[in-house]
Design a protein around this ligand. Structure first.
Ligand SMILES: [Zn+2]
Length: 183
């Protein structure tokens, strides 16, 4: 791996820059999906494909269609994932939530993904059972995020005190009850 400098600067700074650039580029391209004019391929006559080739290779590049944008976005995010894996730089959850881990599509609500709130408790009575379900429109696979659940810490960051945390919570509750009774 690249050597890390000891003068206080961030090691492998260029890799962080690359990851950031790739994600920003993908997000920008993704944001243009659906709101930019799509070139009409019907204007070109399909019976002479040579003319069509000349058109596409000419200096005046046609505005990229949504499909091209989406494909390029996917390419950028594949690069992002590869860079992250190779350099062992962990992507932040916020960034990971915007990428489909199956097909590397950028997930933009309403454009490339559909978001629904699911509640599988009986008659959907338990509000804390709400789950945000993000479906990728490209590969139809889903990501699920509990809405009210607290995110568990990564294994190395979990402390031994987490096992006696419920006791503390119940102690705190008892204290709260006692105070409420006293009041
Ligand atoms: Zn997908």
């Amino acid at each position: 791996m690249a050597k890390s400098k000891a003068n206080g600067s961030i090691p492998n700074k260029h890799l962080y820059s690359r990851l950031s650039y790739l994600h920003q580029a993908a997000a920008l391209l993704g944001s243009q999906i659906g709101n930019a004019p799509i070139p009409a391929p019907t204007a070109a006559t399909p019976n002479n494909p040579e003319d069509k080739q000349e058109l596409t290779s000419a200096q005046q590049m046609p505005a990229p269609s949504d499909q091209i944008r989406l494909n390029f976005t996917r390419h950028l995010l594949t690069e992002l994932r590869a860079t992250s894996l190779k350099s062992q730089i962990r992507l932040s959850p916020a960034i990971k939530h915007t990428i489909c881990k199956y097909c590397d599509t950028i997930l933009i609500t309403g454009e490339t993904s559909t978001v629904v709130v699911e509640n599988k408790s009986k008659h959907a009575k338990k509000s804390w059972a709400d789950v945000l379900v993000m479906k990728c429109n490209t590969c139809s696979r889903v990501k699920r995020f509990p809405i009210h659940g607290q995110r568990q810490k990564r294994r190395p960051n979990r402390t031994q005190t987490s096992t006696d945390a419920p006791e503390r919570v119940s102690e705190q509750k008892q204290l709260d009850h006692a105070m409420a009774d006293a009041a």
